[in-house]
Design a protein around this ligand. Structure first.
Ligand code: BES
Ligand code: MN
Ligand code: ZN
Length: 491
């Protein structure tokens, strides 16, 4: 979608639908208020300031735009990046439903949210609300796509640019995440990473099975043992600070399909496990946005890609294996494969000299019980670094929560035969066990693990977004990188 800004008066902004907002106790912009059709709609209480309510009014020549959509924002003092994003998604979908191809949006002037931030949030909301995944649909009549969005207002340019970059990156993550296991093999995921690298000027190295063997990625190779699809280990480098560091390392779980392996999953809803590479999708999207925004920091991205299949060659419960960190692992469940893949990625990023690490993965079903389909979980070996990531998530308008990481949680996955087991006793504290397993392979390097299993996929559509992949974590990763860049400038 082409997104631009305009500073002319609202009556001169051309569009099929011009979206204007109304907060409780406020009035509409004068150019809109003086339209006879708007006065009539107000008189008949067809326009509401209630949050998320929309009303479409034909301008019959009174404005350059053919129609006006009044979007209620509710209580202005409650508005924040998330509520603005969501409201913009609702409005964009209503405008598309009315046949609009060219949208304009008057960015509201608010007491508590700066114009640039409002522009960012609403750009994100429009692009997310309109995102559809229809690659494999034939024949079914599609709703006409919106082609352009014009944001009207002052001091909104920087916010629009940032919002556009992260929204496109999030939608990239969503699109990759939608792809089923037969279309998105590890090799295809690597091709996508190469394509992103080419477009945005990132260095991309891809290691095939033999390359993984040479690197010593024993844990990734263990998970891959039962598969006929070769693994890929994908490394992307962005030198926004000239490569002098400090380096931020982001590691994504790229399990392109998770059957559970020999510890096979129940068949009901197993198809869901095509989204088990959401962490990798988020890393890919984040690297695109970080590069497109030209952030002044060095970032290393690592993706371990494989599927997890049962087979005669597959790894088995009881096996003792090890990978790049050299630590030995007793396999208690072949379905706890994500932490193995991440462990090799994290060990690699640490050895490459990363100063701060983040891992992002659909790691445990336990996050559903702990935090529900609302917030993603954070687990760490370094409180200060975790506070930084949590603050970045809040700034980015993504919901997360910090889980405790006492040594007693590490005791839960002790093994009598190896340095650690890949499963905790009785499945207790599943989110912490999964996350802390990964931190052990980061050794002394600060690592924050993001468990996005419960929030990476929406099982049903809501009023502001389609069902399916959410692209969660992209915005947080970009924000972390932006804060990393600001830190350099202060130094
Ligand atoms: N990919 C799953 C986690 C998952 C569950 C993602 C639900 C999305 C939705 C992961 O590999 C897994 O199977 N985890 C196990 C871990 C257990 C064996 C310790 C789980 O959560 O059951
Ligand atoms: Mn699994
Ligand atoms: Zn998995």
């Amino acid at each position: 979608m082409l997104v631009t800004t305009a500073s002319e008066p609202l009556n001169q902004v051309t569009a099929d639908v011009l979206i204007v907002t109304l907060t409780l106790g406020a009035t509409l912009p004068p150019e809109v208020l003086r339209l006879a059709a708007v006065a009539d709609a107000l008189a008949h209480q067809e326009i509401s300031a209630a949050y998320g309510k929309t009303a479409i009014v034909h301008t019959v020549g009174g404005l350059a735009a053919r129609k006006v959509l009044v979007l209620g924002l509710g209580d202005g003092s409650k508005l924040n990046i998330r509520r603005l994003r969501r409201a913009a998604g609702i409005a964009a979908r209503a405008a598309r439903q009315s046949g609009a191809r060219h949208l304009a949006l008057a960015v509201p002037v608010l007491a508590h949210v700066a114009p640039a931030l409002a522009a960012q949030a609403m750009t994100e909301g429009v692009l997310h609300g309109l995102h559809q995944f229809q690659t494999f649909k034939q024949g079914e009549k599609q709703i006409p796509q919106v082609e352009t969005l014009t944001l009207a207002g002052d001091e909104i340019e920087s916010g629009m640019r940032y919002g556009l970059a992260v929204a496109e990156a999030t939608n990239l993550g969503r699109a990759v995440n939608w792809l089923p296991g037969n279309h998105l093999t590890p090799a295809v995921l690597a091709d996508k990473a190469r394509a992103v690298g080419q477009e945005c000027g990132l260095e991309v190295d891809v290691y095939d099975k033999q390359g993984c063997e040479e690197l010593g990625l024993g844990l990734l190779l263990t998970v891959n043992q039962g598969s006929t699809e070769e693994p890929r280990f994908i490394v992307m480098r962005y030198r926004g600070n000239g490569g002098q560091g400090p380096w931020l390392g982001v590691v994504g779980k790229g399990v392109t399909f998770d059957t559970g392996g020999i510890s096979i999953k129940p068949s009901a809803n197993m198809w869901d496990m095509k989204y088990d590479m959401a962490g990798a999708g988020a890393v890919l999207g984040a690297m695109q946005a970080i590069a497109n925004l030209g952030l002044r920091c060095d970032v290393l991205a690592v993706i371990g890609a494989t599927d997890n299949m049962p087979d005669g060659n597959a790894y088995k419960p009881g096996d003792v294996v090890s990978g790049l960190s050299g630590k030995t692992v007793e396999i208690r469940s072949t379905d706890a494969e994500g932490r193995l893949v991440l462990a090799d990625g994290v060990a690699y990023a640490r050895r490459q000299g990363c100063d701060r690490l983040i891992s992002v993965a659909t790691l445990t079903g336990a996050t559903v019980g702990a935090l529900g389909p609302v917030r993603f979980g954070l687990v760490t070996n370094d409180d200060a670094w975790e506070e930084e990531v949590f603050a970045a998530a809040e700034e980015a308008g993504e919901l997360s929560w910090r889980l405790p990481h006492d040594d007693e949680y590490v005791d839960l996955f002790k093994s009598p035969i190896a340095d650690m087991a890949n499963l905790g006793t009785g499945g207790a504290a599943g989110v912490q066990v999964g996350g802390l397993f990964v931190t052990l392979h980061a050794e002394e390097t600060p690592l924050v693990h993001m468990d996005i299993a419960a929030v990476a996929w929406n099982s049903a559509a809501n009023e502001y977004e389609d069902a399916g992949a959410t692209g969660v974590a992209v915005k947080t990763l970009v924000r972390v990188a932006a804060r990393f860049a600001n830190r350099q400038e202060r130094m």
